[in-house]
Design a protein around this ligand. Structure first.
Ligand code: GTP
Ligand code: MG
Length: 370
């Protein structure tokens, strides 16, 4: 059953609800603005008011959201997005801290990374790298999966004293499933019981053949604690990203992926997003999963306000009407009505899914899509 309130229908047509009520009264129907209409009545009203009912397929709505490939000549080089993955406590967060020489691990409750953090660092060479931190804890498999999906390169952190462990293997599988190249960071080489060679041996079992073993995967011995091997690791990332020739069109409306989200007491819903292409600006209207809003502020990982965010740049968005699910896509849309339409569509789809309903036939929302 498809329903729409008189008020909502009026909004969609940019007409006054009172005029619809008046029209229906003339037809002998007594309704108020908050009453719901069925699809037949709604369609009649739409036509009576001189608007057209347009059928839009689900595919149209979806492809309208994530549009087609940009022309090659519009693309410009962009920073690689690198997900740091590996078993719990193997030193992912420490390594990122060492790489950007700020200390996030110290501020984390219990030392376990609860969410994917996202930030961009600039190397001495001027090259930029966007890093995504992921938690190694067994419970966070979904986050690792999404981390690998949003990513160009996976840094597989393996502690040299502990070797390949269950979440190491899981990270390898996520990277392989997403077709993302791996760079191995053999960490904690400062430890007396470190055995980096054993790690490289173990990796063979998972078809990771490192350069030291005659293969093509780069493996860099590092110590996050002693800040050893960091330049070599950064060089390995730069080399790998040059091979990938990463490019995106910055001069279009922004699209990307939600990395994490929360409802902040003071700031309301906050979503960390990663721009994949286009440039996201303050004041634009954004749909993220089944949330939408006008971007009130864009904030970087240091809490500084930004005017806009281009490809590969992570940013916090303020101004959404709720916290979108990590892994959901976001896109800038041209109008509030388009945003509402997409959000309605997604919420309906979700409801249908959760109630086991098949979404046969076009809904009123879809019929009325402009
Ligand atoms: P989760 O996010 O919980 O999966 O852990 P993580 O992989 O981010 O590890 P984290 O960076 O929190 O480090 C875990 C522990 O290993 C901490 O006590 C670090 O101080 C220690 N550690 C990290 N890197 C090194 C290293 O290179 N050498 C030594 N000796 N200890 C290290
Ligand atoms: Mg961590």
């Amino acid at each position: 059953p498809e329903h729409i309130t008189v008020q909502e229908l009026a909004n969609r047509m940019a007409e006054r609800a009172a005029d619809i009520v008046k029209f229906l009264m003339q037809q002998g129907q007594m309704v108020r603005a908050n009453d719901t209409l069925d699809a037949d009545d709604a369609e009649l009203i739409v036509e009576e008011f001189g608007h057209t009912v347009k059928r839009v397929s689900e595919a149209d709505v979806e492809t309208g959201f994530i549009s087609s490939e940009d022309p090659e000549e519009s693309k410009q080089p962009r920073a690689p997005v690198v997900a740091v993955m590996g078993h719990v406590d193997h030193g992912k967060t420490s390594l990122l801290d060492a790489l950007r020489s700020t200390d996030v691990a110290a501020g984390e409750a219990g030392g376990i990374t609860q969410h994917i953090g996202a930030y961009q660092v600039q190397l001495k060479s001027g090259d930029k790298i966007t890093f995504l931190d992921t938690p190694g804890h067994a419970a966070f498999s979904a986050m690792r999966s999404r981390g690998a999906q949003a990513t160009d390169i996976v840094i597989l952190v393996v502690a040299a004293d502990d070797g390949v462990m269950p979440q190491t293997i899981e990270a390898i599988n996520h990277a392989k499933a997403s077709g993302v190249p791996i760079i191995v960071a053999v960490n904690k080489v400062d430890k007396p019981d470190a055995n980096p060679d054993k790690v490289l041996q173990q990796l063979l079992q998972y078809e990771i053949v490192v350069e030291q073993m005659g293969g093509e995967v780069q493996a860099i011995p590092v110590s996050a604690l002693k800040k050893q091997g960091l330049e070599e690791l950064a060089e390995a990332i730069t080399l790998q990203s040059e091979i990938l020739e990463l490019k995106a069109n910055p001069d279009r409306s922004a699209e990307g992926v939600v990395i994490e989200s929360q409802v902040d007491k003071g700031r309301g819903p906050v979503a960390t997003v990663l721009v994949k292409r286009g440039t996201l600006s303050r004041g634009q209207i954004v749909v993220a999963g089944s949330q939408w809003g006008k971007v009130r502020a864009l904030v970087n990982e240091r809490g500084q306000q930004m005017k806009d965010a281009g490809p590969s740049l992570p940013a916090e968005i303020l101004g959404l009407d709720g916290a979108p699910e990590p892994g959901e896509l976001f896109a800038v849309v041209e109008s509030e009505s388009r945003a509402r339409e997409l959000v309605d569509y997604r919420q309906r789809q979700r409801r249908d899914k959760s109630s086991g309903m098949s979404s046969g036939g076009a809904s009123l929302e879809q019929m009325m899509a402009k």
